[in-house]
Design a protein around this ligand. Structure first.
Ligand code: NDP
Length: 284
């Protein structure tokens, strides 16, 4: 069939924000031999994004996807398998953050934020990694807040976090953080009081573990910080446009076949940021 000759790219949470701009960039860069998918948990918001993208001169496809729903994730996986037989680019962009002035209890913020940013990203990987074809590229949207969280952790925890960790150990770490948030003992364990920061520590450690474990021919997994971007998540305080924010994610999604580096790294403005405690760390 015609369609099975197409290469396929999927961007999660792409009805708005950085994900929307990633789709637009990918459509312009990849051309007609690719099927690029906008996904949205809400069909109407997805349809709206499609028409905005059409006005901007690109015509991606659409599939519903709520990363928090196993059923929705399974439906996308079955659809991709049936329609194309595989997947070539996966950008895990969907994510959430409570506002700084949120009055939701910390335990709730920890549970909900880690559920979407960490567990649901992992859910997508579990469902879609079996479909990855040779030369596939996977990008997780992480954040420089992961560096901040590491640098604010206790010395004991810093030591643990900077040693190579298996995916099972990372899962345990995230479960433990949420359990401690509920018990009010996050700080005793050496964690800073930041649900979003710790969720992105989880994404970063997930990236390192996955990149070590991944099987397959030239499948490359990285994560990155898009910078501080003008989106709903930041209440439009970030100085970067969504298109500037999409630059590093798109760079990583389109690394050429046989690339030697970056592999299993976190990048900011296309540069690798080492996972290490920085003496005198300050926020750039
Ligand atoms: P936005 O809030 O503007 O957009 C987030 C997108 O994710 C929306 O499309 C949203 O859908 C979607 N989403 C959220 N939860 C789910 C879910 N369960 N299933 C499917 N889609 C979901 O955020 P940004 O564009 O700013 O952020 C994109 C990514 O970049 C995030 O991972 C964020 O953590 C990261 N990042 C952003 C920074 C910034 O400065 N903006 C800085 C560092 C990292 P809906 O419209 O339905 O809510």
């Amino acid at each position: 069939a015609m369609s099975s000759a197409l290469k396929v790219a999927v961007v999660t949470g792409s009805n708005k924000g950085i994900g929307f701009a990633i789709v637009e960039h990918l459509c312009k860069q990849l051309g007609s031999s690719w099927a690029v998918y906008v996904t949205s948990r809400d069909e109407a918001r997805g349809a709206d994004a499609l028409s905005q993208l059409k006005q901007r001169g690109v015509e991606p496809r659409f599939h519903q996807l709520d990363i928090d729903s196993q059923e929705s994730v399974d439906r996308l996986a079955a659809y991709l398998k049936g329609t194309y037989g595989g997947l070539d680019i996966l950008v895990n962009n969907a994510g959430i953050a409570y506002k700084g002035d949120s009055t939701a209890p910390f335990a709730e913020q920890a549970e909900v934020t880690i559920a979407t940013n960490f567990w649901s990203t992992l859910r997508i990987c579990d469902a879609l990694f079996p479909l990855l074809r040779p030369h596939a590229r996977v990008v997780h949207l992480c954040s420089s807040v992961s560096d901040m969280a590491l640098n604010k952790a206790s010395p004991e925890l810093q030591k643990k976090l900077t040693q190579p960790m298996s995916l099972d150990e990372v899962k345990q770490l995230m479960s433990d953080f949420v359990a401690r948030a509920k018990a009010g003992t996050v700080q005793e364990a050496g964690w800073p009081q930041t649900a979003y920061g710790v969720s992105k520590v989880g994404v970063r450690l997930m990236t390192y573990a996955q990149a070590r474990d991944v099987k397959g021919d030239d499948i490359v997994i990285n994560c990155c910080c898009p910078g501080y971007v003008d989106t709903d998540m930041t209440s439009h305080k970030g100085p970067k446009t969504i298109y500037e924010g999409a630059d590093t994610p798109v760079y990583l999604a389109t690394l050429p076949p046989g690339v030697k580096q970056p592999i299993g790294e976190h990048l900011y403005e296309r540069k690798v940021v080492p996972w290490a405690v920085k003496p005198g760390f300050t926020i750039a």
